[in-house]
Design a protein around this ligand. Structure first.
Ligand SMILES: [Zn+2]
Length: 162
C-alpha cells in the first residue's frame, strides 16, 4: 500500500474518525463550519468525509457516505477509495486526539494505569500528543474482532433509507 490517505470527518462522523484511527489512519474530526472543513481538506490534502451531499460537492477531494451504520460506513469508505487496511491496532493512532503513539517503558506507564493492568501487562504505548496510555486487553480484543468483521464482509451498498 502507498502512503495512507488522510481524512477530515465532519461533526456527524466522530465515531468514524475514531475507528479510522484504530486502523492507523490520520483522521481529524472537526466540528466547524462547511468552509472550515473544506479549508482543512484543501490545505492538508485530506479526504473530506461527510454524509452531506451538498458539502461533498464543494470539495475537490471528498466522499459522501450513504451508509447509516458505523460498520457499513467504514466498508463504504474503504470500498470507494479502494483501501484494504489490516484489521490490527499495530499502527493505531490515539483514538481520543489522533496523535501518534510511541512505545513507553512499562516502568513509566504503570504509574498511569490501574494497578491490575500494571501487574499483568508489559507492553504500553503512549500518545505523543495527549499522553494517554494504551495497552492490549479484553477491550482491544473486541475492537480488533470488529475491525476484522468490517474488513471481511464486503460493502453491501445498502443505503440509509432501507
Ligand atoms: Zn492523544
Amino acid at each position: 500500500m502507498g502512503p495512507m490517505p488522510r481524512f477530515v470527518c465532519d461533526a456527524m462522523l466522530g465515531s468514524l474518525a475514531r475507528w479510522l484511527r484504530f486502523y492507523g489512519f490520520d483522521a481529524l474530526f472537526l466540528e466547524g463550519t462547511d468552509e472550515e472543513l473544506l479549508e482543512v481538506s484543501r490545505r492538508e490534502e485530506r479526504w473530506l468525509v461527510t454524509r452531506d451531499g451538498a458539502l461533498a460537492a464543494h470539495g475537490p477531494r471528498s466522499v459522501c457516505l450513504r451508509a447509516a451504520t458505523l460498520d457499513d460506513q467504514l466498508r463504504e469508505l474503504f470500498a470507494r477509495l479502494d483501501l484494504h487496511p489490516e484489521p490490527t491496532l499495530e499502527r493505531a493512532r490515539c483514538s481520543a486526539c489522533n496523535g501518534e503513539l510511541e512505545s513507553v517503558p512499562a516502568e513509566e506507564a504503570v504509574t498511569n494505569v490501574p494497578p491490575f493492568v500494571g501487574r499483568t501487562v508489559d507492553r504500553f504505548r503512549r500518545c505523543t500528543s495527549c499522553g494517554r496510555i494504551y495497552w492490549a486487553g479484553s477491550h482491544t480484543g473486541r475492537i480488533v474482532d470488529r475491525m476484522r468483521r468490517i474488513c471481511s464482509e464486503p460493502d453491501t451498498g445498502k443505503e440509509a433509507a432501507e
